[in-house]
Design a protein around this ligand. Structure first.
Ligand code: UTP
Length: 471
């Protein structure tokens, strides 16, 4: 029987081991393996092995000329109140024109949370236990009503969670959204290699493939036809956020406005770091380009540096909330536009006899793309400050920091703050945490402004708030 052309290609590229068991496989297994192999760009893998895996591959990040990036502080923290107001007006305008789409990256594996299922299905709200996807869906619905134009929502899944994610939306009738405006697409996958650069097999008929990182979202937007659809719908701005953060303002007029006013191709929100060692990426600039340097790549001495006023110099923490121009995404979706990063991992494989092996220590390298690596290529990138309590309390870990408990408490604090700001009496502790469980549906209010509007119209209003669900 002639050798399959794909098998020959892999052999020529020195990756023939992928087909070591091919002849023993039933037809179904053979086609599965061929299909997976067909997804792999061998030239790309070869380049990554040479640059990221080979012994003399350069390691570490070049810190020469690195400085903190400038940012737009909030009005009450020294920012220009007039410019913020103008940005908000501009943002409201593009929303009314229907030029904005919402985009959630939900292809991660969620290993730290240890939850069995797509992370977006994880229940997060304090009273109703609404899942993350429902929180976003309701915020998006509310914004559609507020600005008179329902928004399109794009959700990037992984091969692993795609079907379960779609089924969840169907079961829940898209949480009241028009299903024609909710779009799911899978992100790409990358093969893992051993330290000699050989592509690993997970089983005889399956390659060790894993999601290509949140940066893979840019090429997946293009490949899936999402950018095309946006162009047809007159959408040129993409509001990007991660699936694990229920506090995020999915649709934030001031943020969209800053992006527009500055003629930016990619904009970001930052929070001031709570303490020097906090594990956030840092907004920096280098040779006139904006970059994000991960906490693991910025020496501790630099993370602790302070200015003449004793304020941290590298104070801008990245919370993975961006606005992107559609055409910028198209440019950055080209092969090789973003750099890959390497991560040494314990990768379940098979041995030369085909038996499964669960490694005790890292046995190979996975390749991932990061979305913030697009920043140095963006024209006029702007970073605006936000308050954590308005935008950021992710569910990353099962316990401790950034866990379901901390995120729930931050949601409770937010609801109490909104109520108090509008004159209701809510009993709270020193951290602002209310003593009773309250929840505000995004359909009632999803930020300070929309809450104040809805509360203003409510009659009668409870003078003292004990337990409450506002919808
Ligand atoms: P994280 O870096 O927190 O990774 O992803 P994770 O896979 O969700 O969780 P751990 O590290 O295994 O515990 C940040 C965001 O980027 C998305 C995730 O879904 C999350 O919204 N992401 C990450 C993707 O969409 N694809 C990826 O390949 C990686």
């Amino acid at each position: 029987m002639p050798t399959h052309p794909l098998v020959e290609q892999f052999q020529r590229a020195g990756q023939g081991q992928v087909f070591a068991f091919f002849d023993q496989l039933p037809a179904e297994g053979q086609s599965r393996l061929l299909e997976q192999a067909g997804e792999i760009d061998l030239a790309e893998v070869d380049r990554l092995v040479r640059t990221l895996v080979a012994k003399d591959a350069s390691a570490g990040v070049d810190l020469k000329g690195l400085e903190p990036a400038p940012y737009e502080p909030l009005p009450d923290r020294g920012g220009d109140a007039k410019a913020w107001a103008q940005a908000k007006t501009e943002g409201e305008e593009v929303l009314r024109m229907g030029r904005v789409a919402v985009f959630t990256v939900a292809g991660g594996q969620g290993t730290r949370l240890g939850y069995d299922g797509p992370k977006g299905t994880f229940p997060v709200t304090p009273l109703k236990q609404k899942p993350l996807f429902q929180v976003f869906a309701e915020k998006i619905r509310a914004a559609g009503v507020r600005y008179g134009r329902p928004l399109h929502w794009f959700i990037m899944t992984s091969h692993h969670n795609h079907e379960a994610t779609q089924a969840f939306f169907v079961e829940n009738r898209f949480f009241g959204l028009d299903e024609k405006r909710v779009h799911f697409f899978r992100q790409g996958r990358m093969p893992a290699v051993d330290f000699a650069g050989k592509i690993l097999l997970e089983s005889k008929d399956s390659i060790a493939l894993s999601p290509d990182g949140h940066g893979g979202s840019l090429r997946a937007l293009e490949r899936s036809g999402a950018l095309e659809l946006m162009a047809k719908e007159g959408i040129d701005l993409i509001s990007y956020f991660q699936v694990d953060n229920p506090l995020v303002r999915c649709v934030d007029p001031a943020f969209l406005g800053w992006h527009r006013v500055r003629g930016s191709e990619m904009s970001s929100k930052m929070v001031t770091k709570a303490y020097p060692e906090e594990k956030l990426g840092h907004f920096c600039q280098q040779n006139g380009k904006q970059v994000v340097v991960e906490y693991s790549d910025l020496p501790m001495a630099m993370q602790q540096e302070t200015d003449a006023n004793g304020k941290l110099r590298y104070i801008g923490g990245s919370i993975a909330i961006h606005v992107l121009d559609r055409e910028f995404v198209r440019k950055m979706s080209a092969a090789g536009a973003l750099p890959f990063h390497r991560a040494e991992k314990k990768i379940p494989v098979i041995d030369s006899a085909g038996n499964p092996v669960k490694p005790e220590k890292a046995n190979g390298v996975k390749f991932e793309l990061f979305v913030f690596d697009a920043l140095p290529f963006a024209k006029n990138p702007v970073v605006i400050e936000t308050r954590r309590e308005d935008d950021f309390s992710p569910v990353k870990n099962a316990e401790g920091v950034d866990s379901p408990k901390t995120s729930r408490d931050d949601q409770l604090r937010q609801f109490a703050r909104w109520l108090k700001a509008n004159g209701a009496a809510v009993s709270v502790d020193a951290t602002g945490l209310p003593s009773a469980v309250i929840e505000v549906s995004p359909l009632f209010g999803s930020d300070e402004d929309s809450f104040a509007d809805a509360w203003g119209k409510r009659s009668p209003k409870p003078a003292v708030v004990h337990g409450l669900y506002l919808v």
